[in-house]
Design a protein around this ligand. Structure first.
Ligand SMILES: *Cc1c(COP(=O)(O)O)cnc(C)c1O
Length: 404
């Protein structure tokens, strides 16, 4: 079991007061808080080894390069990628998805089909729509049911030899649904399609094994797993990364440049143009180490308790409805209270120190499906407590009284 007080002491921000009240941070789905070791890794880089990587022969450049590549290796072993060069540093999930859609522009033909799920974040919808506009490919949507689960029989029916790529999140940010991605990956491969998994909401809760999953691409952001903003990872199978053209041109991604012709660098550098977020990339490795030290079994156990307790306590509130009731879900509770706009509740409980997200959570099609303007979303991390849930429930009850 986790020593919750010890864990909380790792996160300096958690002792803050907001609007004169102790901070209750339940917006982990948007970004997680950072432990001191990650904050220290960033300042240590700037204080001790700041230099550009892969270029200089000088000592600091070598130290910075080593630290950056060590971090890539940590992430490789964390997700069990076969090769370190299959692990690309990005600025986040959005960047990773755009890198892949840009590459597929060179592959897709008019009439080819892309399958996207009804549960996606805008950043896993819009780049595919842009790709369709560019190539004449057609976007088709895997529907969901009232519980917020994707309907697998409909997925099976949509798959055909026209399907070139499937894109789906591992876990939904708006509802917390855990999707049956292993099944979806195997089915996509049966028709010869590639598949991209948006793991942005999965990596905070579990350790994906990309070889066991056998996915072609797996993307996530660093800032949702205790790492810095502006960092992320795109895992791609070597064969796919060799096949896709580079995303951005510039320094670092070339082998030789002349005005007649440029040849590209080997993986992973082909996709890492320009000076990257070196401090961030190094600190992301520290964040992954930190999460592993806490232990994903411990994380899951704590979060399951919070999910069960939070669900039970919130359902005590009259007129409260939870959206997203999948059998497999993570510690996200999306809810509304009859007759009250989610934004009004969010504003009042913020005055009481409670940080939740209100709105469409960058997933408007889900809100349209349920015919609601948005929800209040409480998303718990392993450093949250039942006492904090009690504070939220009391605050929501107070807001409900004030607003009705
Ligand atoms: C947060 C999130 C994204 C976007 O991540 P960025 O860090 O903003 O690029 C994409 N998909 C899901 C499921 C997310 O939760």
């Amino acid at each position: 079991m986790l020593d919750i007080n010890k864990i909380r002491a790792d996160f300096p921000i958690l002792t803050q007061k907001v609007n004169g009240k102790p901070l209750v941070y339940f917006d982990n789905g948007a970004t997680s808080q950072k432990p001191q070791v990650v904050i220290d890794a960033i300042s240590k880089y700037y204080q001790e080894i700041n230099a550009n990587i892969h270029r200089g022969v000088h000592t600091l450049s070598q130290l910075a390069t080593d630290a950056y590549e060590t971090s890539r290796g940590k992430i490789q072993s964390h997700i069990n990628a076969k090769f370190a060069h299959e692990v690309l540093f990005t600025s986040g999930t959005t960047h990773g998805i755009n890198l892949v859609t840009n590459g597929f522009a060179a592959i897709l033909k008019p009439g080819d089909e892309i399958l996207v799920s009804a549960l996606e974040h805008h950043s896993n919808i819009v780049p595919w729509q842009m790709l369709c506009e560019k190539t004449g490919a057609v976007l088709r949507v895997i529907p969901m049911n009232q519980e917020g689960e994707l309907i697998m029989s409909e997925y099976d029916a949509l798959l055909s030899n026209k399907t070139k790529i499937v894109t789906v999140n591992h876990i939904s940010n708006a509802l917390g649904t855990v999707n049956p991605i292993k099944y979806m990956i195997d089915k996509a491969h049966e028709v010869g399609a590639a598949i991209l998994i948006d793991g942005a909401q999965a990596v905070p809760h579990l350790k994906p094994d990309v070889q066991e999953l056998d996915c072609d691409f797996y993307v996530f952001s660093g800032h949702k797993i205790c790492g810095p903003t502006g960092t992320g990872i795109l895992y791609g199978k070597e064969a796919w990364l060799n096949k896709l053209p580079p995303y951005q041109g510039g320094g670092e991604m070339i082998k030789e440049v002349s005005f007649e012709k440029t040849t590209y660098a080997e993986l992973p550098h082909k996709f890492e143009a320009g000076t990257p977020n070196i401090a961030g990339g190094i600190a992301l490795g520290t964040a992954v180490d930190y999460m592993n030290e806490v232990g994903f079994n411990n994380i899951q156990q704590q979060e399951k308790e919070l999910l069960d307790y939070g669900t039970k306590r919130l359902l005590e509130i009259e007129g409260l409805k939870i959206f997203g009731t999948a059998k497999e879900k993570t510690s996200v509770i999306s809810f509304n209270i009859e007759g009250i706009h989610p934004y009004d509740i969010g504003t009042i409980i913020d005055k009481l120190g409670i940080a939740v997200r209100t709105g469409h959570h960058c997933a408007q099609p889900i809100m349209t499906f349920f015919n609601i303007p948005g929800t209040i979303r409480a998303s718990f991390a392993f450093y949250n407590t039942k006492e904090e849930i009690d504070l939220m429930v009391a605050a929501v009850k107070k807001a409900q009284l004030m607003l009705s």
